[in-house]
Design a protein around this ligand. Sequence first.
Ligand code: 13P
Ligand code: SF4
Length: 364
Amino acid sequence: MSAVAVQAYTLLDDIECDERIRRAREQLGERLVILGHHYQRDEVFAHADFSGDSLKLSRQAASSKAEYIVFCGVHFMAEVADILSRPDQVSILPDMAAGCSMADMANLQNVERAWRELASVLNPDETITPVTYINSAADLKAFCGEHGGIVCTSTNARHVLDWCFEQREKVLFFPDQHLGRNTGYTMGIPLEQMVVWDFDQPMGGLTEQQIRDARIILWKGFCSVHQMFQPEQIDQFKAEYPDTKVIAHPESPFEVCQKSDYVGSTETIIKTIAEAEPNTRWLVATELNLVNRLHEQFKHEGKNVHFMSPTVCMCSTMFRIDPQHLAWVLENLVEGHIVNQISVPQNVADKARLALDRMLEVSP
Ligand code: 13P
Ligand code: SF4
């Protein structure tokens, strides 16, 4: 019998999917591991064997013994799982449309063009370490692997940049300008030494002098979810609740991070609020599903957790993973059919792994 098509699942209700997911998990036992990113909706998150931020989930994928790694997250995460797992393990993304709009803002063609254009000013392979945020396609990680570069996540960006400056004097950081700028600034790099490379313009829209003077060249990419947060939202909220603590994900704009009491990855945000005193109030700049979950989880301690933006804004691609797609991939596995496998070509995976292994080595 061939694989069942996803259309057979789209009209199932969540309760039925929930039961079918549980049954399939029982049948697959230790052959299966489900990894869930913190931004997943509750109905999916509830089925994760392990949850975490990008770094934690990469490590989980690298150490898992399961035959099938079902990644409830976005495309680049399932690619990393495929690269870091054993060749006989299978990485699965329940919905192939679950991409990351920020990751799509850099591609191999425009990064290679930037490298060539930078070569007209200086020798990039001697002077610039390329760093790709883990939110990027596998071929960009391979580019970094090939050019003495590295991958970073929001947890280890500081350690990664320290490592980069031990190798070469400059960094090309893509695709997220905010993570690059926020991290560089905490290392004491002045804003004027962090220039933005506009990939739609020749020479990134920069002069030769700007390139020579820069310490970090920031790709003009951003996350559409975190871009929504504004410093005025903090001011307005604090005018009403002055004792509020503010915490932001480093994909948020510089001005938001500067006004925040804490800046960190999703895992750091959870840990900080979990360890806070009871009866505290929190304004959080990160994805809505996580903020709502934190509120529910800690309200019994009197902690009030609020979403920073007045506009409801969640990661629409993370939201693509729904109970229907999860039930579909799991029931197909029970029947011996692999659907939605993420398989990175070996020549790309080998080079990408170099950059990922460097990252894992320098991570705390
Ligand atoms: P974390 O690694 O902090 O979980 O971030 C992943 C991400 O995509 C945030 O938008
Ligand atoms: Fe990508 Fe932003 Fe969604 Fe994270 S929240 S997966 S960076 S689009």
